[in-house]
Design a protein around this ligand. Structure first.
Ligand code: FEO
Length: 172
């Protein structure tokens, strides 16, 4: 089945957005690394790995459906942060943007009666729900405990424990 033009183009753009997300989250990791918060830095390095996995899943899907994938230029992240809360807020804002972008892909697939692509995107819709929930929780945790050095230390230890597991139910 050939992909409808709009669906293929939106998915190709989504590959780029996922790689940009990885770039962006590495800059968050850099901020926390420089602050000495290795756990928060670890969280965002792992997050970057997840974003690369997302990009690869969509790339694989495009190739499997004979769409000529274009590796578009990745924008330079331009955010600077004044405090430990700001990257967390920027992450939630970014994930909401990605959710809207996935929804746009879904709407195009729906309109084209492209049920195969809708099935691929079902996974991403669920994943976005989890990513937004994680981002919100990190903000709440920082607001509740981050102003106390022991609270911040304990959060940092918690985030240090995160490790990367590739999604086993998706082809890359
Ligand atoms: Fe690939 Fe964080 O969404």
């Amino acid at each position: 089945m050939a992909l409808e033009k709009k669906v293929g183009e939106l998915l190709n753009t989504q590959v780029n957005k996922e790689f940009y997300s990885a770039y962006l989250y590495l800059t968050f990791a850099d901020y926390y690394d420089m602050r000495g918060l290795k756990g928060f830095a670890n969280w965002y390095v792992i997050q970057a790995q997840e974003e690369v996995a997302h990009a690869r899943i969509i790339r694989r899907y495009l190739l499997d459906n004979d769409w000529p994938v274009k590796m578009l230029a990745i924008d330079q992240p331009d955010k600077t942060f004044e405090n430990d809360l700001e990257p967390l807020e920027a992450a939630l804002e970014h994930e909401r943007y990605v959710t809207a972008s996935i929804n746009e892909c879904y709407a195009a697939a729906h309109e084209a009666h492209d049920f195969r692509t809708m099935q691929l995107l079902d996974w991403f819709v669920k994943e976005q729900g989890e990513e937004e929930a994680n981002a919100s929780e990190m903000i709440s945790n920082m607001e509740l405990f981050g102003s106390d050095p022991r609270g911040l230390y304990s959060l940092d230890r918690e985030y240090l424990a995160r490790s990367f597991t590739a999604p086993t139910d998706m082809d890359m």
